[in-house]
Design a binder for this molecule. Structure first.
Ligand SMILES: [Zn+2]
Length: 387
């Protein structure tokens, strides 16, 4: 039976290097599971991933906890009784602590301001999602974000307490589980008390910044996507690069870029409408020149949109009486639309596609598709098969 591990991170999240005595070493898949008398490696839990790092310079492949013992898997074994030097990946761990401590402040503010319970928490590599049990408006979320950041500016200590069951009964704290024993409380003085097993930064100022990126309605409540600390800064830097690119492209001041894009959208819509009108006039003139026929009539016209192709066919079918088809050049061959009141186009189009390698679909009186064939082949096929 290996002795339970003293967990340095439980009381001090700022220790990344430590010496320890090996108290257990067992062969496992992929290497050896080492147990120490003490460790700064967090084995994961409460939504936060296990730490990475090294033991005597050798990478730790995996960290996990079982029956109160933290195991560190390395490729090489160690002798029981030997002293090792552990080093947690401090950059990664600090980023995760910033995210996690930031989440505590935000959830604490949501609780104190609006009575929200945190019913879900997930940390991915560069952000967290937090679920609250009731809906919040954008203004309310902005308010809790502001409150949480005020706690960062106040730079108050974050400490951990292990109250006994009697002490615990007299305390008010946030918790997802109804535990009474071995409860570790993360206390952010004056702001929040929450049951949690993970390492945290020493003072709120170390979080740096807490930013809610977005929120969605979720299971009757709300889900926030949040970045804190250095991940928030990285995100801010990337957003500045993108914003500056837009500013340069639009030749607009930053506060005008949304308005500028909206104008562009309106202008694009106006031009699209004008183009369609111009195409329709052009096509209508072409259709006007086609002689009525009980057989087939075709028009070929450059640069037609799917909308104008359909317009041409509707006009054409009304005029010619038989089959009417309109074609416009595509990447290879032509895009087309054909219509008829007298020919069953489902069967006709199937044979047409089979003969010329085309594809498409629609209804018995109107088919749209494409054919990778030249104009002469298309004309020949349709004239020979529906004269
Ligand atoms: Zn926590």
């Amino acid at each position: 039976m290996v002795m339970k591990t003293k967990r340095i991170y439980e009381t001090d999240g700022s220790v990344f290097q430590f010496d320890a005595e090996v108290v257990g070493c067992a062969a496992v898949r992929g290497g050896y599971a080492l147990a120490f008398d003490q460790t700064a490696f967090f084995p994961g839990g409460g939504g936060q991933s296990p730490d990475a790092g090294t033991v005597d310079g050798e990478p730790v492949i995996e960290v996990y906890e079982k029956d109160g013992v933290v195991y560190h898997v390395t490729a090489q074994p160690r002798a029981v009784g030997a002293t090792v030097c552990g080093a947690v990946d401090a950059v990664l761990r600090f980023r995760r602590m910033q995210q996690h401590s930031g989440e505590h402040l935000l959830s604490g503010a949501a609780h104190s301001e609006y009575g929200c319970e945190n019913v879900g928490f997930h940390m991915s590599e560069d952000c967290v999602t937090v679920d609250f049990d009731r809906p919040l408006t954008a203004a309310q979320i902005e308010r809790i974000e502001r409150k949480a950041n005020e706690a960062v500016y106040a730079n108050v200590p974050i400490r951990c307490e292990f109250p006994n069951p009697e002490e615990l009964a007299g305390l008010t704290y946030r918790s997802k589980l109804d535990l009474t024993e071995n409860v570790r409380l993360v206390v952010i003085e004056g702001y929040d008390v929450c049951a949690c097993c993970a390492p945290h930064v020493r003072r709120t100022g170390e979080i740096g910044l807490i930013k809610v990126l977005s929120f969605i309605n979720y299971k009757g409540g709300v889900r926030l996507t949040v970045k804190s600390g250095s991940d928030a800064l990285t995100d801010y830097a990337a957003k500045c690069v993108r914003t500056n690119e837009l500013i340069a492209m639009l030749c607009a001041k930053e506060e005008k870029i949304v308005e500028s894009v909206r104008h562009m959208q309106e202008e694009t819509e106006r031009l699209r409408h004008a183009l369609i009108q111009a195409q329709r006039s052009r096509v209508a003139a072409m259709v006007e020149a086609v002689e009525p026929t009980p057989g087939s009539a075709l028009v070929f016209c450059d640069d037609l949109t799917p909308d104008t192709l359909r317009f041409a066919v509707n006009e054409g079918v009304a005029r010619v009486g038989g089959l009417f088809a309109a074609f416009t050049p595509a990447e290879s061959g032509y895009r087309y639309c054909m219509g008829s009141k007298s020919v069953d186009l489902a069967g006709f189009a199937k044979a047409f596609h089979a003969a010329l390698g085309g594809r498409g679909g629609g209804k018995a009186n109107m088919i749209q598709g494409s054919v990778p064939a030249d104009r002469a082949s298309i004309e020949a096929y349709i004239m020979n098969n529906n004269r």
